[in-house]
Write a protein that binds this ligand. Structure first.
Ligand SMILES: [Zn+2]
Length: 207
């Protein structure tokens, strides 16, 4: 884990104005990017060579230290043509929960998003959120982590995978309810960019 901490520090220090602009366009301000310890893989650590130039997204524990890391390509191209996905994980990493600190910080309501950036947006507007990346990321051992909240809101993308995600989590977790986004909303980030916190609150109320 010391190596992952060192990588996190190095990548944070390598954030470029271009990366800041891309994050800002997704509703993530500089202070939030710092809080989540986002960075840029300018000089890859061993095992990260494939992610050169990618955004680094550390999976922090509740004290802010990285347990794992994911990577997002910052190029606007067809990622498949370059032999990678838009999001990439470390080799042989188990599926982890992003932003578990939210579980410690949340009062009696917790939010679950499908993607890291969507959870950052929810956190920013005062809805403590974890993310289970990829609609297929939910596994039954996550149930225990989110038990004990009086309400758990599950934000799924308005597509088939999103419905499946909501279905899976709400079946597994008592007190979990799905927040249905409309096709016109897009995902959490897109809805926030269009309608701000008011739009998110309205969907949370089921409007
Ligand atoms: Zn790419």
């Amino acid at each position: 884990m010391a190596e992952l901490e060192a990588a996190t520090v190095a990548y944070q220090a390598a954030v470029t104005p271009e990366a800041v602009a891309i994050l800002k366009a997704r509703g993530i301000e500089r202070a939030e990017a710092t809080g989540f310890r986002l960075g840029v893989v300018a000089d890859p650590f061993p095992g990260h060579e494939k992610f050169r130039g990618f955004l680094s997204i550390p999976y922090l524990d509740h004290t802010g230290h990285p347990l794992s890391m994911r990577f997002r390509c910052l190029q606007e191209h067809v990622h498949r043509d370059f032999g990678h996905g838009k999001y990439m994980s470390l080799k042989d990493e188990p599926a982890r929960v992003f932003n578990i600190g939210a579980i410690h910080r949340a009062d009696d309501e917790l939010h679950i998003a499908e993607g890291e950036f969507d959870s950052m947006i929810l956190n920013k507007v005062g809805m403590p959120a974890i993310a289970i990346p990829g609609a297929q990321g939910w596994s039954s051992h996550h149930r225990r982590m989110v038990a004990g909240f009086s309400k758990v809101y599950v934000w799924g993308d308005p597509d088939e995978a999103g419905s499946e995600f909501i279905g899976k989590v709400t079946r597994a977790v008592r007190n979990a309810v799905g927040v249905r986004l409309l096709k016109a909303d897009g995902d959490v980030t897109e809805l926030y960019l269009k309608g701000g916190v008011a739009a998110l609150r309205a969907r949370k109320r089921g409007e």
